[in-house]
Ligand binder design. Structure first.
Ligand code: KE4
Length: 433
């Protein structure tokens, strides 16, 4: 096995660390969950990315989800160049923002009105503020392991012992901010019913990843989303689906179409920007009319609805709307996921592969991964060895066992066959103690 040359990435990482905390502009990129130094990427094309040493990789990170068409898709690049040539930002409304809003509303019937922002974090933060303004209640519920961006009230973990109040999950988050966030176990309808039975009337909103994808991929149990919808209706709680990952990924109508459950508000991001910074939150008109300047809930953004980013988003959604898109994605995802599971079994490696459409995760050392506690039991050391052996073989997987892998429309049969061959090679090696 010839070892890859990563000299330039190491040099660039050292230089970056002089000016940027941890050398990265987002923590997960630092490879802390797998050790070693991150690769510095110079370009992407289709299913491939290329690093600063000229190495080529089949990419399954897809910039953490946005690049469902693959890198540098011609339609998206053309749209960006055309928009940019007319100016990059006006701080004034543009017709294209209405077009992107219309496409989103058409794709997801639960969304009657939508506000564009610049990230998933902003989308989740704003949706919660609108829900609090609409219900005049302060407390919200999130689920352990689900991630909704880095706003203070969402960087919260379950309170210790019986206390239901959340406690900060990051330095710099005041305990007072965390107190209004209750953290319950994901996929546990009983715990949810029990808690709401006593406290439902005090809850402004429940925010949930309808398919958990930040603890690795953990789909909802059959009754979980239905229970969320039923109890939210009963207690007048705003149900927020955080579809920043699943929106336009799991289907053109997202997880809400796939599972047939309508939330009151939806958060979007990633794919709807085509790789540029776009987030959005939207839902029932009577709730969204709370947002300034129409209503009393303030929310703003200099680059919200940025014309270049919106042009990329429109081009993305028009491509995804083409017939057969999601059948192709699901077929590619199923081929990779089943080969991954089969190779692990044949190698005698205990593992659990979760997959849904073009999303997948492998958890080592466990056979069940349907909640956060189970996922936390998985063998992280074995994942680390899997990650590095695959990277050495030109396959770029998520540098964390608690992220989700993504197949794009650009992944060819040859890419998948190459990947499957390297998985088999790697499993032979990592299984040796
Ligand atoms: P951003 O603010 O990073 O655009 O979106 C936050 C967010 C909200 N909701 C969900 C379900 C998300 O997955 C995310 C962001 N996802 C992470 C990793 N899965 C982005 C990668 C990063 O933090 O660098």
């Amino acid at each position: 096995m010839t070892h890859m040359n990563w000299t330039n990435s190491s040099r660039l990482f050292k230089a970056a660390g002089r000016y940027i905390p941890g050398g990265v502009n987002s923590p997960v990129r630092a490879f802390r969950n797998v050790g070693g130094n991150p690769l510095f990427i110079t370009r992407g094309k289709g299913s491939k990315i290329f690093d600063a040493d000229g190495n080529r990789y089949v990419d399954y990170v897809s910039s953490w989800g946005p690049l469902i068409l693959g890198h540098a898709h011609p339609s998206i690049i053309r749209a960006i160049m055309k928009a940019a040539a007319k100016g990059t930002s006006f701080g004034a409304p543009t017709e294209e923002e209405t077009e992107l809003a219309r496409l989103i509303v058409q794709a997801m019937p639960s969304i009657e009105m939508v506000r564009l922002v610049s990230s998933g974090t902003e989308a989740a933060m704003s949706a919660i503020r609108v829900a609090r303004g609409y219900t005049n209640r302060d407390q919200i519920i999130k689920f352990a392991g689900c991630y909704h961006g880095h706003s203070d009230g969402l960087l919260v973990k379950a309170g210790s012992g019986a206390t239901t109040f959340g406690t900060p999950d990051s330095a710099g988050v005041p305990a007072d901010y965390a107190r209004n966030t209750i953290v319950l176990p994901y996929n546990d309808s009983e715990a949810l019913s029990l808690f709401l039975g006593k406290n439902g009337s005090k809850i402004a909103a429940i925010i949930v990843e309808p398919v958990a994808a930040n603890i690795g991929l953990v789909p909802p149990e059959p009754d979980f989303l239905k229970t969320l919808r039923r109890l939210s209706d009963r207690d007048g709680i705003i149900l927020i689906f955080d579809e920043v990952i699943t929106g336009f990924r799991l289907g053109y109508g997202g997880a809400q179409e796939y599972y047939g459950i309508k939330p009151d508000l939806t958060c979007l991001g990633k794919i709807i920007g085509g790789g540029l910074p776009v987030g959005a939150y939207g839902g029932k008109r009577k709730i969204m009319e709370m947002a300034a300047p129409l209503g009393p809930v303030y929310q703003a953004g200099t680059l919200s609805g940025n014309p270049v980013a919106v042009a990329a988003g429109i081009a993305m959604l028009k491509e995804l709307k083409k017939p057969g898109t999601y059948q192709k994605l699901a077929k590619k995802g199923a081929k990779l996921a089943s080969a991954l599971a089969q190779a692990a079994t044949e190698s005698g490696i205990i593992s659990r592969v979760n997959s849904l459409g073009s999303m997948f995760s492998i958890f080592f050392g466990i056979r069940e991964a349907s909640n956060y506690d189970q996922v936390l039991q998985s063998d992280r050391e074995l994942y680390r060895r899997f990650f590095w052996n695959m990277l050495e073989r030109g396959i770029y997987l998520a540098p964390s066992p608690f992220e989700t892998g993504f197949v794009s429309l650009a992944h060819s049969e040859a890419d998948l066959d190459y990947t499957i061959g390297k998985i088999k090679e790697t499993f032979k090696i990592i299984n040796r103690r």
